[in-house]
Design a protein around this ligand. Sequence first.
Ligand code: HAM
Length: 415
Amino acid sequence: MYQAPRGTADILPQEQAYWRYVEEKAARICQLYGYERIDFPAFEDAGLFHRSVGEGTDVVDKEMYTFEDRGGSHLALVPEGTASVCRAYVQHGLHNLQQPVKLYYFTSVFRYDRPQAGRYRQHHQFGYEAIGDADPALDAEVIDMAWQFYRSLGLTRLALHLNSIGCKACRPNYLTVLKEYYAKQGGQLCPDCNTRAARNTLRLLDCKKQSCQTIAAAAPKSIDFLCADCAEHFNLLQKYLGLLSIPFALNHRLVRGLDYYARTVFEIQPEEEGGQSTLGGGGRYDGLIEELGGNPTPAIGMATGMERIIINLKKYNISVPPLPGTRVFLAYLGDEARNEIIKLGSMLRQSGIEVIEAFGSKSLKGQMRHANTLGVRYAVIIGDDEVKNGTAVFRDMTSAQQETVSLARLPELLK
Ligand code: HAM
């Protein structure tokens, strides 16, 4: 028997109400903040991610699904959405529009991760990007939008972690000091951190191993090495978050796993959980558009995992509205009635009424049982007598009351 590949999942009908709920809240929040939808391909030139997410990151080095297609192109299933949105921004000359350009997306994301609760090889993200403005008020708005989005879902016990990792001008100084600090730790780092130490020193700060965490806690902080512009940017962001009454914790170990970030980085987590449970995260990536061949263009965005949101909705017993069901079930007895039902089903659907028809040779009792399990509001039953008289039995499934009505009246009754 075939199984869905490890780390992937089917989303069965009984789960869909959660997905629809989250998607609708996401689309609404985007409308409230002036974002427009963009969709991009499920695969891209693999080079796009080497360029943006970065060589030496886990996402590119260890987790990317790459393949050569039959034409010899080197492609990758998208391991995140930001690079694709920026590629589209440059490709379609979106710098010609009023800036910032605000775009949101839902996408499948593919990462060859070690599957565990809340961690999959194919997951789904809702993300949004605001491209073309460096104002820290935009950073505050992007964070506020995430905060209000989670609130609108009913997720309120959240913690916002915030950091600034500086820009091209000031980060090199910080990295020098950080490297010196780590060089002094000798053999105490885990093997992963030892290999990362030279290539991606920032990532040592967010190693999950307990021994490395102790070392990271005492490490120099990026915010102490910010240039004047970055420091002012970060101060203003904190002031604006204050104006918005959004509580945050400065977390100097928050660096994020993707290379394109500059200045603001943030993550939102459920209050009482650890690192694996991050609901969403993002930050500024002021150099990325230029890296991809566009003009120098500041930008910021964020993405959140749909599966992790749904896990939290369930954990906190947040009920979601059921999806609209089917209004009517059509049951029949006999061949003539069968013909009537086929015509009636088509007619009702064309008047905008949702219909499920009985098929096969089930008894009337069996058909009614079927209607009951479907949870339909009404059933329409046609037998030989009804065929002769041009009528149908119209049954309210909740009250179990029924009456005989003319076929012509049915659309009006059902509406
Ligand atoms: P990310 O932090 O890599 O950021 O992913 C965003 C969110 O996707 C995470 O916070 C988490 O909820 C979810 N997620 C990540 N990996 C998995 C996984 N293996 N299984 C389930 N859920 C997962 C980005 O992807 C950036 N593009 C965010 C961004 C947008 N930054 C700027 N703009």
